[in-house]
Every structure is written in C-alpha cells, then in structure tokens.
Design a protein around this ligand. Structure first.
Ligand code: DAH
Length: 338
C-alpha cells in the first residue's frame, strides 16, 4: 500500500510539473530531476539493494514501470510544446552572429561578354542571336567550307541526329541574318560554340564567341582594322596596340588573326602572353564573295567585314586567369573573386 501511494504521489507531482512546463528546457529539467543520474527515481532504484529480499522484486518492477511512464509523459509533453510554441520564440540569442547571405553575381565570362557587346553597341551594332543546334548548311556550306574541310570531320564537330550538329562557331548567324535582311547590316552575335576538344588549360569542348558582321556599299579593310582597334583599346586599355597577321578562313578574303599587346607586361613578355608580348583574341576578314552569293547578295555591289572573337581569350588575359577549366568548374573559390 505504502509503495502504491508513493508511486501515485510521484506520478501526480510529475503530471503537475509537466502541465506547468512551457518549454523544452523546462521539460529537460523535469527529466533530470526524476530520471537524471542523481534523479529521484534513479536514487530509488539504487536504494532497492537496501530493502528486504521479499520486497525487492515488487519494488523494482513498480519503479521500472513508473520510469517508463515518466519517459512517455515527458515525450508526449515535448511534442505538445513543439506544436504550440515555436522554439525560436522560446529563446532568441540576440548576440549570435547572423547568417551571412551571399549575393549572387555574374560569371566573369558573362561580364566580359556584356562588356564586349557594350563596346559594339556604342559603335552602332545591334545584337542578333542564333541557335546552338545548326545544320551543315549554315555552319559550313554557306560559309564556303569545302566538302572535305578538316573541321567537318567528326573528330572536330559534334554531330547530332537528323543531319544536325552543334555549331562550331558563331559564324552561321552571319548567314541567318543576311538571309533575313538587306544591307546595311551591322550586327554582333554572342553565344556558345562546341568542338570535340580536350578539356585542359587552354581547350574546352564548349566555349564562347562574339561574331561580328558589317556589310554595306564601300566597306573597306581599313574600316575593319579601325573598328577592331577601337574595340581592343576599349576593352584592354587605351595604350593597347593591335597586330593583324594574315591567316586563312574560307568565308573571308583576305583574312587575319588579330593579336593585342599583352595588358600585363606591355609587350615585354610574361607568362600570360607566353613570353611573346602578344595575345591572339580573334579571327577576321573581308566577307568572301561566295558567302554573298549563298545568301543572294550581289558581291559586286556590297562589301563588308566579319570577325569572330573568343570570349575566353579576352577574359583570361583581362583577369589574369591561366586555366580555361576554371570557367566551367563552378568552384565558388574561383567565381567569388569576380
Ligand atoms: N569562325 C572563326 C573561328 O571560329 C572565327 C572567325 C574568323 C569569324 C574570321 C569570322 C571571321 O567572322 O571573319 O575560328
């Protein structure tokens, strides 16, 4: 009887205390008070050994049942409290440092592309976009690539089903624009290009270009040189020099590669320019008559120039980036720096 009464009293007391509790912390204190290492029930269980032998089993059993009941009640009350009162309202530490929210920003390639586009917009060019998935006609044929040209090889071009391919340069946009509108044309076209290539410090199977096209009557080679020289000075600084080196592209004649003086060492030679003092950033030339014919323009009436700028090639020396893979790996330690 004595034992039953004692257990009943403890139960009632715990229920009362639990009902009054309003936070997880208070409930935890109740648990410690009864079930902790020095808690009331724990002590009672320890004291069993001092009881008479015949009392021990009953006492032990009842106390263990009580212990389980208390654990259940504590858990139940804990759930009730979580439902009714939010933990943060219980305790808010105003001295804790806040969570830092990082502001997102543009990728360095996007910033460079925007900057390049901006320079040409100021010179009266407008932006035209073309598809990444192209046909052989736009990517090669209309641009005067011979049927057996090496870049048509599957080792260089990603071919898709139904005679489609991933464009290997932004030049097909020239054809799409000329098919659509008559001169004067002054457009640029930024976008992604794809080539079967290694992924190493200076190659990537996906990269970016800005294409340019200027067609009108009486457009000359000096217009091309002047335009690209202004561009280079705007992007790399007013003391930048440009060098036009003869080259070959099927869709321009004459053609050239353009190098800019290294913005780091000012032509003295450093690791950025591979100790040459110059960095190659684009290909250009006067549009080939065969290209005009493929879009139905009269080559005797119109002339013009075109160029294709590598955005990575502009971005890398600009920011001193020495590995192209960094652009595509999305490592925050890299992208956060811009
Ligand atoms: N499409 C060429 C390439 O990807 C770059 C280029 C060269 C574009 C000369 C042009 C150009 O428009 O006139 O290598």
């Amino acid at each position: 009887m004595n034992l039953k009464k004692e257990i009943e009293d403890i139960k009632n007391e715990i229920s009362r205390e639990l009902n009054l509790s309003t936070s997880k912390k208070e409930i935890e204190n109740i648990r410690i008070k009864y079930l902790g290492r020095k808690g009331i029930i724990t002590q009672k269980l320890k004291n069993i050994k001092h009881l008479k032998d015949e009392e021990k089993p009953l006492y032990g059993k009842e106390l263990n049942i009580l212990k389980l009941t208390i654990e259940e009640e504590i858990a139940k009350r804990g759930q009730e409290i979580t439902k009714t009162v939010k933990e943060e309202e219980q305790f808010f530490d105003w001295t804790m440092p806040g969570d830092r929210r990082w502001l997102g920003h543009l990728h360095p390639l996007t910033t460079t592309m925007d900057e390049i586009v901006e320079v040409f917009l100021r010179m009266g060019f407008t932006v035209e976009l073309g598809p990444d998935v192209e046909t052989d006609f736009y990517n090669f044929e209309a641009l005067n690539f011979p049927k057996n040209h090496p870049s048509r090889d599957i080792q260089d071009t990603f071919y898709l089903e139904n005679n489609l391919l991933l464009r290997t340069h932004t030049s097909p946009v020239q054809i799409r624009v000329m098919e659509k509108i008559k001169p004067p044309i002054r457009i640029i076209s930024p976008g992604r290009c794809y080539r079967v290539d290694n992924f190493d410090s200076s190659h990537s199977p996906v990269f970016h270009q800005v294409e340019g096209l200027y067609v009108d009557e009486n457009v000359s080679l000096s217009d091309l040189i002047g335009t690209l020289d202004i561009f280079a000075k705007a992007v790399f600084g007013s003391s930048t020099r440009t060098k036009f080196v003869p080259h070959f592209f099927p869709f321009t004649e004459p053609s050239a590669e353009v190098l800019v003086s290294c913005p780091f060492c000012k032509e003295k030679g450093c690791s950025t320019c591979k100790h040459t003092g110059w960095i190659e950033i684009l290909g250009c030339g006067m549009v080939h008559p065969a290209v005009y014919r493929s879009v139905g323009y009269d080559p005797d009436k119109y002339s013009g120039f075109a160029f294709g700028l590598g955005i990575e090639r502009v971005c890398m020396p600009k920011y001193g980036i020495n590995d192209m893979r960094l652009f595509f790996e999305n490592d925050l330690r890299f992208t956060k720096q811009f």
